[in-house]
Design a protein around this ligand. Structure first.
Ligand code: ARG
Length: 194
């Protein structure tokens, strides 16, 4: 399993081990199918290529199903809903999605939050970070005005950092699924059955 363990509560480090919702679901699927689960941590935007090249058998990383990604990999049935949300400082004047126009937005590189905000607010206004947590540090430091990221990690980051809040407005509602190589329809079927 390829993942990017910077995304609590789906995948994150507890000591040296990668734990979280995805790790637990993957362990249950592997157990059901009689496989041994091995988790490989990598950059989020390397996961699809790694699946395509057969370096890993599947990718599971709170990954949103999109039409573009469907051209590159197959997705299993969706196992969760994700919502792209906006994190701002508690005293921010930003209250709606429209208020983001012309503001500096931080994202995690290669995520849907990154891709959509580039389209909606302009590439020049979006700063990409390797980890969502680093975008949040930039927000606290005033380098960006808002961070667009999935709701569950957003809640975790806001809980860990004082002075931040999540806007009520949802930016995008998405389905999470497991990515499998288009050449491995057998595994796709097995995971779906499990
Ligand atoms: N749901 C978003 C996407 O698919 C973000 C996923 C980021 N996952 C991670 N493990 N860092 O683009």
């Amino acid at each position: 399993m390829a993942t990017n363990a910077t995304f609590p509560p789906y995948e994150f480090y507890e000591g040296d081990s990668i734990v979280g919702i995805d790790a637990e679901i993957a362990a249950a699927i592997a157990n059901y199918l009689g496989y041994e689960l091995q988790i490989v941590d990598m950059e989020f935007d390397s996961i699809i290529a790694s699946v395509q090249q057969g370096e890993v058998n599947f990718g599971m990383a709170g990954m949103t199903v999109t039409d573009e990604r469907k051209e590159e990999v197959d997705f299993t049935y969706s196992y969760a809903t994700g919502v792209q949300v906006v994190i701002v400082p508690e005293d921010s004047a930003i209250a709606t999605l429209d208020d983001l126009a012309g503001k500096k937005i931080g994202t995690q590189l290669g995520t849907t939050g990154d891709i959509y905000s580039k389209d909606d607010y302009g590439e020049e206004n979006v700063t990409k970070y390797g980890k969502g947590a680093d975008a949040v540090i930039a927000l606290k430091g005033g380098d960006v005005d808002a961070v667009i990221i999935d709701n569950e990690p957003a809640k975790a980051f806001v809980a860990e950092n004082e002075g931040l809040k999540i806007l009520e407005t949802e930016y995008a509602v998405e389905d999470y699924a497991i990515a499998v190589s288009k050449e491995n329809t057998e595994l796709l079927g097995k995971i779906n059955a499990a």
